[in-house]
Each structure stands twice: as structure tokens, then as C-alpha cells.
Design a protein around this ligand. Structure first.
Ligand code: FAD
Length: 355
């Protein structure tokens, strides 16, 4: 499924709208829908060249199993479905642009991007996830020589790993997810982690251990000391543990040592930060600055779970909070989507039903 084409704007222009959403990850995209239901128009800014955030950048082909009502969907397909779902609301996208500075105006906010676009809006919705994210590089001597040739930090195309003798390094969700997902197509996988405890979801840990038990993958608890190979082609990973030193043969290595999340220019927006994320209330997901909301992974509140479904919930409540800034004289009446007659007609192509 391809991503539905986006309505994009040329950089350097001046715009006026109701809401600016910073970040086109799954939560920013769903915010377009929830705002749209209430008649709030949105522009979306993302520094990446395509919508989808982590789903598109870090795991487009990994199955996601915890989206309500969709038993299984890949990261890329979820983004396509979200783009399809929000299409009726005609949000304007500013891709390849960094939300750079924010100033208060008489009517709301003026957001400027690094490419000189300025957007005046009544509310700002920060859905910037982990900020601009880059995979952390493992501290392995000489790894630079292999990067992008036989050592990778993300899986962009799952099929690229078919038939490979893989070493997967790491002990978190990414290492476990890709061990499970590549096992059916790789020639052989060795998962290497420095200790026999994993930070990933317990369900993934159990499934990984079951594969080890069944002899389908290998698990090596050891420190990685170096790489063997020539001309960018890896041939083995040198490891060491209490049993001594060894070489784990491979032709490809995937290393998942976490992500560096850089808050970027948002750090200078003058917002109340908590652990480098934006502190919000759980009624409207509004920051301590009135009119600036934050949803998704960047939102910080007690009990926050960095899950897509949490961000979807946050989008709905945020939109109700935003409504009062956009339409100060109107009363918001809660309605189901059955009341959105035009949307129903567009989506179903049939005469709308009554609620
Ligand atoms: P993101 O997806 O991080 O998107 C934020 C966007 O904001 C990015 O595109 C970034 O470029 C942009 N941005 C940031 N700062 C700026 C700026 N200043 N200007 C312009 N653009 C900016 N969750 C689940 O629910 N189920 C799963 O199965 C699951 N599996 C996962 C597997 C892996 C390997 C990983 C890494 C995560 C997984 N997650 C899963 C977590 C899920 O991906 C996140 O919770 C989700 O992506 C958060 O969405 P978001 O919209 O808040 O942020």
C-alpha cells in the first residue's frame, strides 16, 4: 500500500490556519483527523521527507499488533491508512522543514521553519515524538568501514535481509522485533546481547527464547569486541564472555543500541520540560503555555505509555481543548462521527446515517 499523496506547500511562503502540527508521525497524522472532525484546519510540518515518523523511518515493514481493530499492520501500511483517513480534511504538509522558532502574536502563534516558511495559527500541536531521531552508534572499533554496506542500524526493506547470515546486536524492542520478524527469511540469525536480560516486551522475549529452544536461532550472551571482514563486507563478529573469545560468522549485522532523541529547536520554545519532554495535563494535553498542546511520545505525564494508541487518545482530547481557542464563541457539543455528514458521504459514498 503506498502513502496517499500529500497536499504540500512550497517552502518560504506565509500561511494562516487554525492549527499547526509539528511532526507527521502517527500521532500528528491522527491529530489532523480529530481536529478536522471539529472543523479545525491544520498545517503539518516535518523535517523528514515523508509522513509517518518512527513507523516510516524505523520500522516500515515491522508488523504492529496493538492497533485496536487492526490485528496486524506494518508501519508503512499504518501510515498509508492514516493518510487515507485524514485525506478528507486537506491538511497542508510542509515536509523537509524543521519547525524552528515560535513567537506569540495578537491572535495566537507564528511558527517559522528553517526554510523561511511562516504559519500563523491559533493553536500549536507538538507531536514531535522523540524529536529528530538518529540511531545510536555502537562503540565497536572500525564499525564505520562497514556502515551502510553490511552493517545497518535500521531495516528499511525487510527483503534486503532474506537469505542473510545475520548478527543482530542489542537487547531492546528493536533487536527482539527484528529477530522475530527476520527469522523466517534469514538464512541464520545470531542475537548477541551483553547480558541474559532483555529490555523488550515480555511477549517478544518469550517468543525469542522459544525460537532459541527450537534451534531456529542462536543466542550469544557476550560483549562485542570487534568486526572481521574487508572492503566493507563483514565476515564475523568478535565476541568475548566468561567462556573466552570467539568469532560469530555473519555476512550482515544489524545493531540496535537505541536512538538518540534530539529535542532540537523545540527546546527553545520556552515550554515547561520534564525529562526532555513536554509536561502536559491529561485533560487536554495542553502544556503550561496556553494554546500549545503536546501529544504522542513527546508528551510527558504520569503513567504515559509511548504507544501509538495512547497518542490517538491524546489527539481526541487535545482537539477538544484546541476547539475553544479556534472558536472562542462556539459551544462544543460532543458528537460521534455519525454526525459528520460530509465525512460520511465522502468515506462511505452513501447517504449519511443519523446518530
Ligand atoms: P514519531 O513517530 O516519533 O514522529 C515524530 C515526527 O516529528 C518525526 O517524523 C520527526 O521528524 C518530527 N519532528 C520532530 N521534531 C521536529 C521539528 N522540530 N520540526 C519538524 N519535524 C519534527 N508503538 C506501538 O504502539 N506498537 C508497536 O508495535 C510499536 N513498535 C515499535 C517498534 C520500534 C522498533 C520502535 C522504535 C517504536 C515502536 N513503537 C510502537 C512506538 C511508536 O512508534 C511511537 O510511540 C510512535 O511513533 C510515536 O508517534 P509520534 O507521532 O508521537 O512520534
Amino acid at each position: 500500500m503506498g502513502v496517499t499523496s500529500v497536499q504540500s506547500a512550497a517552502p518560504g511562503e506565509t500561511h494562516q490556519t487554525d492549527a499547526v502540527i509539528i511532526g507527521a508521525g502517527p500521532c500528528g497524522l491522527f491529530a489532523v483527523f480529530e481536529l478536522g472532525l471539529l472543523g479545525i484546519k491544520a498545517h503539518v510540518i516535518d523535517i523528514q521527507d515523508k509522513p509517518g515518523g518512527q513507523c516510516a523511518e524505523l520500522y516500515p515493514e515491522k508488523p504492529i499488533l496493538d492497533i485496536p481493530g487492526i490485528p496486524v499492520v506494518t508501519g508503512a501500511d499504518l501510515v498509508s491508512r492514516l493518510m487515507e483517513q485524514i485525506a478528507p480534511f486537506n491538511a497542508v504538509f510542509h515536509l523537509n522543514e524543521m519547525a524552528d522558532s515560535l513567537e506569540k502574536t495578537g491572535h495566537g502563534w507564528r511558527l517559522a521553519t528553517d526554510l523561511g516558511t511562516t504559519i500563523d495559527a491559533k493553536v500549536i500541536v507538538i507531536a514531535a515524538g522523540g524529536g529528530s531521531f538518529t540511531p545510536k552508534k555502537p562503540p565497536i572499533p572500525g564499525i564505520d568501514d562497514y556502515e551502510g554496506k553490511s552493517v545497518f542500524y535500521a531495516v528499511r526493506k525487510r527483503d534486503a535481509f532474506a537469505g542473510k547470515t545475520l548478527v543482530i546486536a542489542g537487547g531492546g524492542d528493536s533487536a527482539l522485533d527484528w529477530t522475530l520478524n527476520l527469522e523466517p527469511i534469514a538464512k541464520r540469525i545470531t542475537l548477541i546481547h551483553r547480558r541474559d536480560e532483555f529490555r523488550g516486551a515480555p511477549e517478544s522475549v518469550s517468543r525469542m527464547r522459544a525460537l532459541v529452544e527450537a534451534g531456529k536461532i542462536d543466542l550469544k550472551i557476550a560483549q562485542i569486541k570487534g568486526l572481521e571482514g574487508a572492503d566493507g563486507r563483514i565476515s564475523g563478529v568478535a565476541v568475548e564472555n566468561a567462556d573466552g573469545a570467539a568469532i560469530v560468522p555473519c555476512d550482515t549485522m544489524l545493531a540496535f543500541y537505541g536512538l538518540t532523541m534530539k529535542l532540537g529547536p523545540i527546546a527553545d520554545f520556552g515550554l515547561n520540560l520534564n525529562e526532555n519532554r513536554i509536561a502536559v495535563d491529561t485533560e487536554k494535553f495542553e502544556s503550561s503555555t496556553p494554546g500549545i498542546f503536546c501529544i504522542g511520545d513527546m508528551a510527558n505525564y504520569p503513567g504515559k505509555l509511548k504507544l501509538i494508541l495512547s497518542g490517538f487518545h491524546e489527539s481526541a482530547l487535545m482537539s477538544h481543548g484546541a476547539f475553544h481557542y479556534v472558536f472562542p464563541d462556539k459551544k462544543l457539543k460532543f458528537q460521534h462521527t455519525t454526525s459528520a455528514k460530509e465525512l460520511q458521504k465522502t468515506v462511505t459514498g452513501t447517504t449519511p446515517m443519523d446518530d
